[in-house]
Design a protein around this ligand. Structure first.
Ligand code: DAT
Ligand code: MG
Length: 148
């Protein structure tokens, strides 16, 4: 089953949005297979956002993502990578459709509440950056027979 890496950023944690965000993915039918509250080191932040290292906002991005605890998660389900990105909304909350997480809760691109992997490759890379295999649970839920 497909897996993705999702993370409530420091602004989302401070604003008390962990429960709301987890709830949206649970209600959609996705299954949580790993989660932890953690503070990201500068090294991990630079690896995680490595694709943006030449961008002018890179320094601010690393500073922001390491500024307080994040809630890191692995979710699984059919098409979870693509669907989670849709549920998050556009990178800049000003362009994000109402009903999406960024559309409902964010105002600025620098504080856009949630991260989600954007491809199969980045999902695999990000999951292994943040989680050991032993931190991920494999379990079945009876309700899955009412979702699939
Ligand atoms: P996403 O988080 O939607 O995958 P991204 O990978 O392009 O977006 O960028 C990573 C993060 O960097 C994004 O969530 C917020 C920040 N960011 C992106 N573009 C920015 C910009 N023009 N100014 C400031 N921060 C930006
Ligand atoms: Mg991205």
């Amino acid at each position: 089953m497909e897996k993705t890496f999702l993370m409530v950023k420091p602004d989302g944690v401070q604003r008390g949005l962990i429960g709301e965000i987890v709830s949206r993915f649970e209600k959609k039918g996705f299954q949580l297979v790993g989660a932890k509250l953690m503070t990201i080191s500068k090294e991990l932040a630079e690896q995680h956002y490595g694709e943006h290292k030449e961008r002018p906002f890179f320094g601010d991005l690393v500073e922001f993502i390491t500024s307080g605890p994040v809630f890191a998660m692995v979710w699984q389900g059919e098409n979870v990578i693509h669907t989670a990105r849709q549920m998050m909304g556009s990178t800049n909350p000003k362009d994000a459709v109402q009903g999406t997480i960024r559309g409902d809760f964010g105002l600025t691109v620098g504080k856009n509440i949630i991260h989600g992997s954007d491809s199969t490759e980045s999902a695999e890379r990000e999951i292994s950056l943040f989680f050991k295999d032993a931190e991920l649970e494999e379990y079945s839920k009876l309700i899955n027979s009412w979702i699939y």
